[in-house]
Design a protein around this ligand. Structure first.
Ligand SMILES: *Cc1c(COP(=O)(O)O)cnc(C)c1O
Length: 709
């Protein structure tokens, strides 16, 4: 199938490889490649949201011609292009060395969201970054994988905070022809359109393709002429609240996605479902086998042996349940093709805890996938308890749900200046071998001064960027001065800085630290050893309680009594996350246990020498070892969990974090603090990497499942 790339402008012959580089997200985790684009024109680079395709379209031909005459530029260009081609052409890699069998088809990976880069609005939060980081790592390890997802033109909403602190949502539509996404063309040169079966009136999806290193990601787009308006809106944005449209979304992803792969002629040996949204893909796998003449029971067995399902949340609302009547409307012509009755079909999606609630996508995925996992050790336990009723004869600890703890893609999240520092002390190949824990021991050999200087520089960079954003907003919209203050104007880089950034779901308790306001004010406003906190995050557009928490924080940020020590940064997305996890001093995390399945933003921070101050939940249960950050909330609390946890945070701040941070030696360096930073980097960096994670999926699931494929 041909991929249309002609939307890229004519490039000078000498620089024609820039088009090749722009078309592959490889640039997103290779700073030297991004630098090639940035150097062409800093202003356009910034205005394009660091999107090389958009940039190349807007750049003048003079700028390109000048670069083609600049020897230094050409040297860098040749080097990066050679590196890229070598990366793409290499045939050997971890996967081929460990699980090699040329007869296998690729692994099909389905996810409703992908967090890849801030110019591509195909994510809402943690789940998206997990799948984005996952496929980047699969590319690095040469895992043969084909990914499927949605092309959401309006992605997640942009956030605008009104002067009274209430979140408003701004829609922005992606310019499909100015992003690293490309139309898949059919034989006649038109964009490939696939019809989703079983639905009337029919839904059609147009197919896009992205290249994430060596991994192709196919994106489904229902916003095309041939669909009626209701159908066109299916892929408009993530997680539509309307339950029927949500069901249709999941039918398109699971069933439509399977048909797209078939239409492209791509067979797959294994199916990996990243969360239950795409679980209908399991039905298509069974159907293919039944239609090929296999008995239903046998088909189910075979699909089970070759399907992996990863569940991502203990929150009930995170598991889709569809009313039976609605399921009937969409599937009544479907179950007879398996030889099933209405009842036997519905049985597949029943959660025994609430059998009348409807068709539960997680229960369905758990029943039909033979490899099942949660995303941290703790979450594995929680998931086994939660789903034990599906295996009534099995004691809880033996419920067949395993775990693989999440990790982050290190080349994406390591700050480039730190990468260079590590090159000098860990050796120039550390990044290529970054899950080797022994290498990271050499972090201790880096002089404290160098670690501290680099961190301090990043902190200044963060605070400057925040101030610049709010300065521009003030200059543009004449917002009131209290809003300017809330936006972070009074942030001070010499002050101990905490970061709190994530979705504003209520269980994350973003406002917990305001629990005892009097005590908190004293900590914030200490004359000699103050602290400041930078908040960022969006509430789901339908989540009013989440928006109220956000409003409370925004109003605190405007309150003179809090002394300008609280800032709220609007529109949390990948780039804001990069600045924050690189530049604050401490990463704060205090969800209500056991709701945090894993969490990954704390891993990104820890990797960059920003220690974690976190409740014992999610990944921190495995990450904390006493000297690499701070932990609280292990104990059972009888009355008020909020009170106990807030108290614990104040105590740790007052007794440990603040004194340690402000104890500076004559050389101007807080050596005790740098020690914790180093511990944080070396203990968490290799272990909470996407590399360790993907290797575990291979060893625990893929390798075994492929034997059955
Ligand atoms: C990493 C990341 C997340 C996920 O963070 P959690 O720790 O799971 O809350 C969400 N949004 C952005 C922009 C991120 O970079």
């Amino acid at each position: 199938m041909e991929i249309k790339q002609s939307i890229l402008p004519d490039l000078p012959e000498r620089l024609s490889g820039l088009g090749e580089l722009a078309a592959n997200l490889w640039w997103s985790w290779h700073p030297a490649c991004r630098m090639l684009f940035k150097m062409l024109d800093r202003q356009i680079w910034k205005e394009s949201s660091h999107n090389p395709v958009k940039m190349l379209k807007e750049l003048s031909s003079e700028a390109l011609k000048a670069a083609a005459r600049n020897p230094q530029y050409l040297r860098n260009y040749d080097e990066v292009l050679a590196q890229f081609r070598q990366y793409m052409d290499a045939t050997e890699g971890y996967f081929s060395e460990h699980v090699f069998d040329p007869n296998h088809y690729p692994i099909a990976y389905f996810s409703a969201e992908y967090g890849l880069h801030h110019s591509l609005p195909f994510y809402a939060g943690g789940l998206g970054f997990l799948s984005g980081d996952y496929i980047k790592e699969c590319s690095d390890l040469r895992v043969p994988l084909v990914a499927v997802g949605f092309m959401y033109p309006q992605g997640y909403v942009h956030q605008h905070i009104r002067e009274d602190g209430w979140q408003e949502n701004i829609d922005e539509t992606l310019d499909r022809d100015a992003a690293s996404i490309f139309r898949v063309l059919n034989e006649t040169g038109d964009q490939l359109v696939v019809k989703v079966p079983w639905i009337e009136p029919p839904i059609h999806v147009a197919v896009w393709r992205m290249a994430i290193g060596r991994i192709p990601l196919y994106l489904l787009d229902t916003d095309i002429e041939i669909n009626d308006p209701w159908n066109r809106r299916i892929s408009q944005r993530l997680y539509i609240s309307d339950i029927e449209q949500r069901l249709r979304q999941e039918i398109v992803l699971g069933i439509g996605g399977s048909h797209v792969l078939a239409g492209l002629g791509i067979k797959h040996s294994l199916l990996h479902l990243n969360e239950g949204h795409a679980a209908f893909a399991l039905l298509e796998r069974i159907r293919e086998r039944v239609q090929g003449g296999m008995k239903y029971e046998e088909a189910v067995q075979q699909v089970r042996k070759t399907s992996v399902f990863t569940t991502h949340t203990p929150i009930p609302a995170g598991h889709d349940v569809f009313p039976f009547e609605m399921m009937e409307k969409y599937f009544h012509s479907s179950w007879p093709t398996f030889g099933l009755s209405r009842d036997t079909f519905f049985q597949l999606g029943i959660n025994p805890k609430e059998p009348n609630a409807g068709f539960n996508m997680t229960a369905f995925a758990l029943r039909l996938s033979g490899y099942r996992n949660g995303v941290s050790k703790r979450h594995g336990e929680v998931a086994r308890r939660m789903w034990q009723p599906l295996w009534p004869e099995v004691p809880e600890q033996n419920v067949p749900i395993d775990y693989v703890t999440n990790g982050v893609h290190v080349p994406t999240w390591i700050e480039p200046k730190l990468e260079l520092l590590f090159n000098r002390y860990l050796g120039p190949t550390w990044l290529a071998d970054h899950d080797n824990e022994a290498l990271w021991k050499r972090i201790d050999a880096i002089p404290d001064e160098e670690v501290w200087k680099t961190h301090y520089w990043l902190k200044i960079k963060l605070i400057d960027a925040i101030r610049e954003r709010i300065r521009q907003r003030w200059a543009r919209n004449h917002v009131g001065l209290s809003v300017v203050r809330a936006g972070g104007t009074l942030l001070d880089h010499s002050v101990l800085t905490l970061g709190f950034a994530r979705r504003f779901a209520t269980y994350k308790r973003a406002d917990l630290i305001f629990y005892d306001l009097g005590r908190f004010k004293k900590i914030l406003n200490d004359r000699w050893r103050p602290i400041q906190i930078i908040f960022a995050g969006k509430a789901h557009p339908a989540d009013d309680p989440g928006k109220r928490i956000l409003q409370r924080i925004f109003n605190a940020a405007r309150d003179p009594e809090l002394g300008g020590r609280i800032a709220f940064v609007e529109d949390y997305e990948e780039q804001v996350a990069q600045y924050l996890v690189h530049g604050v001093d401490v990463w704060l995390n205090n969800p209500l246990p056991p709701m945090e399945a894993s969490g990954t933003s704390g891993m990104k921070a820890a990797l960059n020498g920003v220690p974690h101050l976190s409740i014992m939940d999610g990944w921190w249960v495995e990450g904390f070892h006493g000297k690499n950050g701070w932990a609280f909330g292990q104990e059972e609390v009888s009355d008020s969990r909020d009170q106990a946890d807030a108290e614990a945070i104040y105590q740790i701040l007052e007794k440990e974090i603040i004194p340690l941070y402000y104890t500076v030696s004559d050389d101007g360096i807080p050596h005790g603090w740098v020690k914790v930073m180093k511990e944080s980097i070396k203990s968490n960096g290799p272990r909470f990497s996407a590399r360790r994670m993907v290797k575990e999926y291979i060893a625990n699931f893929y390798a075994n499942a492929l034997k059955e494929a």
